[in-house]
Each structure stands twice: as structure tokens, then as C-alpha cells.
Design a protein around this ligand. Structure first.
Ligand code: PEP
Ligand code: MN
Length: 413
């Protein structure tokens, strides 16, 4: 059956589609295995119940790594001057990509964080990656723990941390896994929640991508937004330092985080960023952080202004109408896809040619750009539409072959 020319053409076409650089097949968020919304009822304590007098935005600041006691205290004493800074961060155990780089000062740094707490009144947080880190952090009165992106990817490590936390009530922030897998991120919250941790925060730090990008880690905003939709009680903080990898672009990402209604930001801050022992390019000075925070424009989900609400609802009706038209046009397109499939099958033609896709993608991308849409967006959209067209035609072919087979079987009878 696989030898059928139409089937072979579809197989070639599917493998070709997978090679397209911006295909959603590769870049998309993996929702596989994601539990239903109903089954994800987690007991999450509102953040303002455990951080007193909390105002938006919640700002978490401090160096990528604790380097020396002086550097830690100098940074803390400077950032505490910024009103919205409530939590001081510093990595003690650093997950570095390559060996022989600075891997953190270790246990000694916990004492420095304790001093920060006593001398500034800030809450302190550090990254933990195993049960031993948890034990030491708890022993040294660290207020909040965070699980790093490289740990969230590993359910064994997350479970080990969750088990070590049983019986404590310490808040835990969980960074998204480095790969774009929402189910894995949610699984980490579930493991912690099942261990009795109800003070939880999500940190959006972007997703690693094999493709060259303007970001160090692609933000893929749709993933944290989907997490927010599924767990509306879970506070979300954006980490623009790891997303951009570039201190000059941090402010823009902070604003975007506010625009999508995130609770706050975590910004790597260092007194002399260029001399930082890790992540130098993405750290800002406390003064620069002060400016970034001061210039943030906060938005609310609703407004009391009636004119605004009217205008918004009018624009939304227009969007709804256009969406209906878009779907109807798509349905018309798929009717034609079926007619083409039918024609090819009846004529036994392997007419699904990759050149056709090249031409079509080029035409669509050019047209999109000409009318003021992003070419890459149109490209991704048409990859999805195309995949669906291939599915439709594959289905048609299957039933065509089945019908033919049962006909030839009955004529043999
Ligand atoms: C960090 O916050 O310094 C860090 C190591 O982050 P991530 O886990 O997001 O890479
Ligand atoms: Mn860092």
C-alpha cells in the first residue's frame, strides 16, 4: 500500500515539511501529555498573603552569581533603595554550560545572603538543584528557593527537591524548562504542590532554540500565557536577563511582561556588570535597574472608563467577525484541497511537488510583507495550513484505497 505513488508523494512532502526552518512542527509548544484543565486543581496561596504589602511590579534583583561578600552586600544595599525591589537573588550553585567555568561559591555564599536579609530586610532567594542544596538553604534561613531551567527539565531532580521540601512551607519559584514544553513546567508545580508547597511562583526565562535568534532564549510568550490561562492563581515573573542576554534590551522585555499582566520581573543586577563572573552581558547596574522600574507603564485588566470599554467591545466584535470570515475562507480553501486530492487520485498522479510549496511559501511571504504583515508569521501560519491539507489528503487516500480493496475483494468472491 505504501508503494502507492500518492502515498509516497505525501510521505516525501511530510518529511520535506519537517525540514522547513520555521516549521511549527519543530518550534511549537509541546502540549502532549498535558492534563485536562479540570484535573489541574492546585492549591496555590495568593502571593500577597505571603509577601506583605505587595505592590505591582514585584521586582527581584541581584547578581547572577554571588561572587564575594562585598559584591553581594553592595548590590543588596543599592537595590533595596528601589521601592519595588522586595526580593534579593544570587546564585550560589551555578549550572554552567561548560566545565572549568565558575560554578558558584557554594555553601559559604549562604551566609552572605543571611547578612543581606539582616541588613536590608529584603527576602532572599537562591537556586537549588538537589536535596543537598535544599537542606543547606533551609539550614541558612533562605526565604525562597528557585528551581533553574536546567533542573525543571528533569522530573527526577524536581521530585528529589519536592521530597526534600515535604513538611516545610517555603515558597518555591520554578523557571520554565529550557525546552518549550508546557507540560513539563506544569508537572514541576504539581510535584511541589503534592509535596505540600502552596507558595509557588512561575519564572518565564525564555526557551532555548537551535535557530539563530535576536534573543538568547526565545520568549515564546504564548507558553507562559497558556500557563497563566490554565493556572490563573499562579503568580508569574519574567526574567528578561536570560531572555535577552543583553542589558540594552531588558527594559523592552520588562514592559512586555507588564503588558501581558505578569506579576513582576527578575533582573540580574551587579555593581560592575562587565566584570561579573557569569552572565556579564545581561546584568545591569542598580542605577540602571532603578530607571527601568521607574519607566514601566503598568496596565490593569479592566478599566472603569465606560467610553474605553465601549470602544474595546466594538473593536472586539470586529475581530470576532473577521475571525468568522477567516474560518469560512479556510473552509473554502479546504474544499478545493479535497477536489485537488480527488483529481490526483483518479489520475494516479504524484502531483504533490515540493517546488509547488517553495513557490507558494515565497508568494505568501512576499505578499504578507507587501501588505505589512511579518513574513515569518505568514510562513509559520502556512506551514500549519499545509500540514492540515496533507492530513486531509492522506485521509482521502486511505479511504480511496480501502474502498478499492473491498471492491476487488468482493469481485474475487
Ligand atoms: C540564573 O538565574 O542565573 C540561571 C542560572 O537561570 P536559568 O536557570 O534560567 O538558566
Ligand atoms: Mn544568570
Amino acid at each position: 500500500m505504501d508503494r502507492h505513488p500518492f502515498g509516497m508523494a505525501i510521505a516525501t512532502y511530510l518529511s520535506y515539511l519537517r525540514q522547513w526552518p520555521h516549521s511549527l512542527v519543530m518550534r511549537g509548544c509541546n502540549y502532549a501529555g498535558l492534563p485536562d484543565k479540570e484535573s489541574l486543581i492546585m492549591d496555590i496561596k495568593p502571593i500577597n498573603k505571603w509577601i506583605p504589602n505587595l505592590k505591582r511590579p514585584l521586582v527581584i534583583a541581584g547578581p547572577c552569581s554571588a561572587e564575594t561578600e562585598e559584591q553581594v552586600l553592595e548590590t543588596a544595599k543599592a537595590v533595596v533603595q528601589i521601592e519595588d525591589v522586595r526580593i534579593f537573588r544570587a546564585g550560589i550553585w551555578k549550572p554552567r554550560t561548560r566545565p572549568n567555568s565558575f560554578e558558584g561559591v557554594g555553601e559559604e555564599g549562604l551566609k552572605w545572603l543571611k547578612r543581606v536579609k539582616e541588613e536590608t530586610g529584603l527576602l532572599v532567594t537562591t537556586e537549588v538543584a538537589n536535596a543537598n542544596h535544599v537542606e543547606l538553604a533551609l539550614k541558612n534561613d533562605i526565604d525562597i528557593l528557585w528551581i533553574g531551567a536546567r533542573t525543571t527539565v528533569n522530573p527526577f531532580s524536581v521530585q528529589e527537591i519536592a521530597d526534600a521540601l515535604k513538611g516545610t512551607n517555603i515558597p518555591v519559584m520554578v523557571k520554565n524548562p529550557i525546552n518549550a514544553d508546557l507540560a513539563l513546567w506544569m508537572g514541576a508545580f504539581e510535584r511541589l504542590n503534592l509535596a505540600g508547597i502552596d507558595k509557588l511562583v512561575a519564572i518565564h526565562r525564555g526557551f532555548s532554540s537551535a535557530e539563530k535568534s535576536e534573543y538568547r532564549n526565545e520568549p515564546l510568550w504564548r507558553i507562559p500565557i497558556e500557563l497563566k490561562r490554565r493556572l490563573p492563581d499562579l503568580p508569574m515573573v519574567c526574567d528578561p536577563s536570560h531572555i535577552t542576554g543583553d542589558r540594552n534590551r531588558i527594559a523592552l522585555v520588562c514592559q512586555k511582561a507588564m503588558d501581558v499582566d505578569m506579576e513582576g520581573i527578575m533582573v540580574e543586577t551587579h555593581p560592575t556588570p562587565d566584570q561579573a563572573w557569569s552572565d556579564a552581558a545581561q546584568q545591569v547596574t542598580p542605577t540602571a535597574l532603578g530607571h527601568i522600574v521607574k519607566n514601566l507603564k503598568l496596565k490593569t485588566e479592566f478599566s472603569l472608563d465606560r467610553t474605553f470599554e465601549h470602544e474595546l467591545s466594538d473593536l472586539r466584535s470586529q475581530i470576532d467577525r473577521i475571525d468568522s470570515e477567516l474560518l469560512e475562507s479556510l473552509k473554502m480553501r479546504f474544499n478545493i484541497v479535497e477536489r485537488i486530492g480527488d483529481l490526483k487520485m483518479k489520475n494516479n498522479v504524484t502531483a504533490l511537488q515540493v517546488h509547488r510549496m517553495d513557490e507558494m511559501m515565497k508568494r505568501i511571504t512576499d505578499l504578507a510583507e507587501k501588505i505589512g504583515l511579518r513574513g515569518l508569521f505568514a510562513h509559520e501560519l502556512y506551514n500549519v495550513i499545509h500540514e492540515e491539507s496533507v492530513k486531509v489528503q492522506t485521509e482521502m487516500m486511505r479511504s480511496f484505497l480501502k474502498d478499492n480493496q473491498s471492491e476487488s475483494n468482493s469481485s474475487e468472491d
